[in-house]
Design a protein around this ligand. Structure first.
Ligand code: A3P
Length: 294
């Protein structure tokens, strides 16, 4: 996504030269840093973010793997957190703005400079990351801020990423690492990390949205409010909005790229049996013994 037009510092260049690297998907080279693959700009963003980001106790961090439901959770969390300021109405910001610019993406915002100012964000501040748990800035781990983590069936994520990638780089596809440290953290420390799956969120959206709202400290009293937010943030509503069908986001990506089908099990239309088996085998190997099933 971030195609490497940033100025790199000498520190980033030195680090990059020591990292395992491979020919990239959208960029010429990608680098393995702390177990995940990134563009050079994102490596710089991660370094800056790890060194400089100061979490507040009241912050809410959305952590996801790309294509696991980030857009949906950004919309839901934004609507939940700001529901007193922005009750669901025809003036709601989600009706006029794509969910991505409404919620800053930490390591991407730090790509260009170590000085990023999040102080203007209304409290509680809501921010998003694709970092694995062990790569989070220490202040996120050491403060009392809350983390909502969402994951999704790896085959659906793979297919979603493949379609997304085709829009950006038509001839190429790429593999993705699988993340399970948030799962362990959520079991060890359930008040700090809430584990959500795209599938459960899809199957019983209201139940899950209430669970998320309670976790971030803004539980509901009125059922009507829950269903209004669920409807506002649904794939059907968001994907039909003019703002999400036309034009580009500040990161240069077409707004409609984040809304494809929004289904569970859609991988069956795209993956061959043999590729599905390869992904199943990898998933089984990586998740063995964790108690987490897809
Ligand atoms: P598909 O490609 O399977 O349709 P991310 O937001 O993490 O990039 O993930 C994108 C995936 O979430 C895409 O999946 C997209 O269609 C789906 N999605 C986007 N908004 C959604 C919503 N409001 N409800 C359900 N799914 C949504």
């Amino acid at each position: 996504i971030y195609l490497g037009d940033e100025d790199l510092t000498q520190e980033t260049r030195d680090l990059l030269s020591s990292l395992p690297s491979e020919k990239g998907w959208l960029v010429s080279q990608i680098y393995q840093f702390e177990g995940s693959w990134h563009t050079q700009g994102l490596v710089q963003g991660i370094l800056n973010c790890q060194k400089n980001f100061k979490a507040n106790d009241s912050d809410i961090i959305l952590a996801t793997t790309p294509k696991s439901g980030t857009t949906w959770l950004k919309a839901l969390l934004f609507a939940l957190i700001h529901r007193d300021k922005f009750p669901v109405s025809s003036k709601h910001p989600l009706l006029a703005t794509n969910p991505h610019p409404l919620v800053p993406y930490l390591e991407a915002d730090y790509r260009v400079s170590p000085d990023v100012d999040f102080s203007e964000l209304p409290s509680p501040r809501l921010m998003q990351t694709h970092l694995q748990h062990h790569s989070l800035p220490v202040s996120i781990k050491n403060s009392s801020c809350k983390i909502v983590y969402c994951c999704r069936n790896p085959k659906d994520m793979f297919v979603s990423l493949w379609h997304f990638g085709k829009k950006l780089a038509p001839q190429e596809i790429a593999d993705y690492p699988i993340e399970k440290s948030y799962w362990y953290e959520s079991r060890k420390n359930p008040n700090k990390v809430l584990f959500v799956t795209y599938e459960e969120l899809k199957k019983q959206t209201e139940v899950e949205v209430k669970r998320i709202a309670n976790f971030i400290g803004c539980g509901f009293t009125a059922e009507k409010e829950v269903s209004e937010i669920v409807k506002l943030c649904s794939f059907e509503s968001l994907s039909k909005l003019e703002v999400n069908r036309q034009g580009k986001l500040p990161n240069g990506i077409e707004s409609n790229s984040y809304f494809r089908k929004g289904e569970i099990g859609g991988w069956r239309d795209t993956l061959s049996e043999s590729l599905a088996e390869v992904i199943d085998r990898t998933t089984e190997e990586k998740f063995r013994g964790s108690g987490l099933k897809f």
